[in-house]
Design a protein around this ligand. Structure first.
Ligand code: GLN
Length: 492
């Protein structure tokens, strides 16, 4: 079969169960595509061919023996921020260029236990800081829809791999938009779960109170399948929440939209820098949802202007603390011939970290310093609470909130936006993490340059099933999620 990469997760699962093809064939098919097509996309930083084939053989044995899970034998790619035992985990940083984790992240362990086959690790902005995936020490990944454009970030490798059909599904992480924005830039569906739903154990920390892992895929249904594997309480992560997990696939239904009250924040659609095509496509998608039975309700989110400054204080503060462990002593990069301990620290960190990471460590350290802690960090935490309250108030009158995922479509590689311009591009995604809420991106069309546009739906706590169902129903009534980039049409 030459078109195995066209099949959805449900079709792959059925095909494997009924022995229409084996996991070995499917895995070889993807490895062949990666070898031939990925040199143009550069989504993978490590391809684990040998291990993948061994896992595929084991999956085939489980399928034959009749003790397979729903996803047994299906390949996936992991963002290079998830620790993988025996396989390099770099988090996009020279600092971890030689790091081989002695254990698996819980997300990776759960994927393995479910019989998923790991194709490899995919590129990302260094320590998940960025919106383009250009901040990776190995260099930029391309957007499959236009190779001279970025795939978004920080989970740009995950998005590019799925959009080019180099993996059927991928894991990503979202601290301030890094699942939703690259999903938007690459025409995919991506879910950022409620904080605490997916274990952070073994997921290299950027900003611990914001980081959350989640699925990136072609459709809400595909995301639901991966959520069924990765969601759940983990005793190894004290921020993971002990609450029953939904069956996200069984819960998908065709009735989520009728009578659904969708909040449209006035402030969001008047943001300077909101591209006209993005606005038009998002409004068209809302019109479609209205035709399907949703009720659009104008709402106020008065804290919108505070999102960017609040996030860009809290995230760097937590990052400066988390990244202090990379000191050249215990593990990670160490400079050559240090003259004394101070020289070792300074040069290891200056040479091991890229410019954006260093910028954030400086900002965060400053904000946490004794003289400024109250004025910056404590104040930002107070504003964070107001932002959360703003959402909770809105959810008294609406079921979900609609927004673009990003104000623009994908930037050109090397566009060299200033840090502030880049940070402003995160306006629609940051508040969701500050409040710990779940949100989903769904593809809803293209701009004048044929680059994908995404709609974001923000839900109340634990509404993952609802968000997936809404997008699932939208996708049953539209075909944006079935569109393929030209490069994905290439056969290996
Ligand atoms: N672009 C945001 C940042 O650079 C969000 C990144 C993320 O979600 N990991 O911090």
């Amino acid at each position: 079969m030459t078109d195995l990469h066209r099949l959805s997760i449900r079709e792959l699962s059925e095909g494997l169960k009924t022995a229409q093809f084996s996991s070995r064939e499917l895995t070889e098919h993807y490895l062949k595509r990666i070898a031939q097509i990925d040199p143009k996309v550069k989504s993978y930083v490590t391809v684990t061919a040998e291990q993948a084939l061994a896992e595929a053989n084991a999956a085939d044995a489980a399928l034959k023996a009749g003790n397979a899970h729903a996803l047994t034998g299906i390949p996936l790619a992991h963002k290079d921020i998830f620790c993988t035992q025996g396989i390099k985990t770099t988090a996009g940083s020279k600092m971890l260029d030689n790091f081989i984790s002695p254990y698996d992240a819980t997300v990776v362990a759960k994927a393995k236990a479910a019989g998923l086959v790991t194709l490899g690790k995919v590129n990302m902005d260094e320590f998940a800081m960025g919106s383009t995936s250009e901040n990776s020490y190995v260099g930029a990944t391309s957007n499959p829809w236009a190779l001279d454009h970025v795939p978004g970030g920080s989970s740009g490798g995950s998005a590019a791999a799925v959009a080019a059909d180099l993996a059927p599904i991928a894991t990503g992480t979202d601290t301030g938009g890094s699942i939703r924005q690259p999903a938007s830039f690459c025409g995919l569906t991506g879910l950022k779960p409620t904080y605490g739903r997916v274990s952070r154990f073994g997921m290299i920390a950027y900003a611990s109170s914001l980081d959350q892992g989640g699925p990136m895929a072609r459709s809400a249904e595909d995301c639901a399948y991966l959520m069924n594997v990765i969601a759940g309480h983990d005793a190894k992560d004290s921020t993971s929440i002990n609450k029953d997990v939904d069956d996200y696939v069984a819960n998908l239904n065709g009735t989520a939209v009728k009578g659904l009250r969708i909040g449209i924040p006035k402030q969001y659609f008047n943001v300077a820098g909101l591209d006209a095509d993005v606005k038009a496509r998002v409004e068209e998608s809302l019109k479609k949802l209205e035709e399907m039975g949703a009720i659009l309700v104008e709402i106020d989110l008065n804290m919108t202007e505070a999102y960017v400054p609040t996030y860009y204080l809290i995230a760097p503060a937590e990052a400066s603390s988390n990244l202090s462990r990379f000191d050249g002593v215990r593990y990670g990069y160490r400079c050559e011939n240090p003259v004394d301990l101070m020289d070792l620290y300074k040069r290891s960190r200056s040479e091991g970290f890229g410019a954006e990471v260093q910028r954030r460590i400086l900002i965060g350290t400053y904000a946490l310093s004794a003289g400024y802690y109250d004025a910056y960090y404590v104040k930002a935490q107070k504003v964070r609470r107001l932002i959360q309250q703003d959402f909770l108030k809105a959810f008294e009158n609406v079921d979900v909130i609609a927004a673009p995922s990003a104000p623009t479509t994908a930037y050109k590689i090397g566009a060299n936006l200033s840090p502030t311009e880049m940070y402003l591009g995160d306006i629609y995604t940051l508040a969701v993490n500050l409040a710990g809420l779940p949100a989903i991106n769904a593809p809803v069309g293209f701009d004048k340059d044929s680059l994908p546009v995404g709609l974001q739906l923000i839900g109340n706590y634990w509404s993952e099933s609802q968000l997936l169902s809404i997008v699932h129903q939208y996708q049953q009534n539209t075909d944006w999620h079935t569109k393929r980039a030209a490069i994905a049409e290439e056969n290996a």
